[in-house]
Design a protein around this ligand. Structure first.
Ligand SMILES: Cc1cc2nc3c(=O)[nH]c(=O)nc-3n(C[C@H](O)[C@H](O)[C@H](O)COP(=O)(O)O)c2cc1C
Length: 333
């Protein structure tokens, strides 16, 4: 299946979530290559764009093969969000998205991220401004509200649509829930029913079977996968994690490492790859000592040599494959 964002056809209906610190250019490219239907960048702060802070270039870098590409922006000042959006539009994204979901205190407490959901009139102004002045389609990503007593998702969803947005992604939790409990897919279904624009369902999709369940339960146009893809990027090729043979794990890891080294350079590329490596290898039985050695190799050559050993061992112990709980994931945002 597929859907469109205004006139832009999206080649598929399952895609990688924007994730600060994770959905960088190498990981997005990897997932896109495995079947993720489009790319969302990590979010950038409107003020950082306007002040030309260096990390913005890194976060918004993308390759042509990643298209369709959505740039995500956050802020609490409609005028600054517009100015920043106009500036990043010059870099050629296909879509610009407004974050209304980040629960991190430093962001939401000042009224940005999910903090915007407490000021629906500001959301109306932001979308009115962006959809009037930008050439690319504008989309939004939100949670269900601030807390249990203010689950104003239907009100906000309508406002977003009425002010010209072309798509809305909904993570089925409130700010107060953080990443705990279960995402409320009934609420996502309500948003799907209430809107004419495509709605993307998000929250707790970790298996291929979940993708089908989310679609059937909510009627959403697309499914967005965040934490589950950190363990199983092969989900975009319709493989459950325990169906991925060690050889494929090895090849994909080498490809991801190569992309990281090319993008960040040899030192940072390897350091930043470790967090993914640890998740990719989490199903395999590995002694604490081997894991520790793997995570402290200082050159890519040493890392690859040890990885080959681990994967060769995993072949023998394939029966021990099991998925780790996701509790340990760093969910600061
Ligand atoms: C480490 C991390 C970083 C995130 N960064 C962003 C972000 O930059 N923008 C955004 O809209 N959502 C962000 N999210 C939220 C995810 O996009 C997604 O909504 C959430 O993880 C729920 O989906 P899941 O259950 O598939 O993980 C982040 C989540 C995590 C775990």
């Amino acid at each position: 299946m597929s859907f469109s964002i205004h006139h832009l056809p999206i080649p598929g209906d399952t895609l990688l979530s924007p994730m600060d610190g994770y959905s960088d250019q190498p990981f997005r490219s990897l997932c896109r290559g495995l079947g993720s239907a489009m790319s969302y960048t990590e979010f950038v702060k409107a003020e950082d764009v306007l002040e030309r802070i260096a990390h913005v270039d890194e976060k918004l870098a993308f390759t042509e093969a990643e298209r369709p590409v959505t740039f995500q922006i956050y802020g609490d000042d409609p005028g600054k969000i517009l100015d920043a959006a106009l500036r990043i539009q010059e870099r050629g994204p296909d879509v610009i998205d407004v974050n209304m979901g980040c629960p991190a205190k430093t962001i939401s407490a000042r009224g940005a991220g999910v903090g915007l959901m407490r000021t629906p009139e500001k959301i109306a102004e932001i979308f009115r401004l962006l959809t009037t002045h930008l050439e690319v389609p504008v989309t939004g990503k939100m949670r269900l509200g601030w807390d249990e007593s203010t689950r104003n998702y239907l009100q906000v969803a309508k406002i977003v649509e009425d002010n010209g947005a072309q798509l809305l992604a909904v993570h089925g939790r409130t700010r107060a829930q953080g990443y705990g409990g279960q995402a409320d897919w009934d609420a996502i279904a309500e948003v799907v029913d209430a809107l004419k624009i495509p709605v993307i369902g998000n929250g707790d999709v970790t298996t291929v079977a979940d993708i089908d369940r989310m679609k059937a339960h909510t009627g959403c146009a697309g499914v967005m996968i965040g934490r589950g893809a950190m363990y199983n990027p092969w989900i975009f090729s319709w493989l459950e994690r325990d169906q991925v043979p060690p050889d494929v794990v090895r090849t994909t890891m080498l490809r991801h490492l190569e992309l990281n080294l090319a993008f960040y350079g040899p030192e940072r590329g390897l350091v930043l790859f470790r967090k993914y490596a640890s998740r990719y290898l989490s199903p395999y039985a590995m002694t604490r000592e081997v894991r520790q050695r793997l995570m402290t190799r200082e050159t890519a050559e040493e890392f690859v040599a040890l990885l080959e050993e681990v994967v060769a061992g995993a072949k023998l112990g394939a029966g021990e494959l099991q998925l780790q709980e996701m509790e340990g994931v760093d969910c600061a945002v």
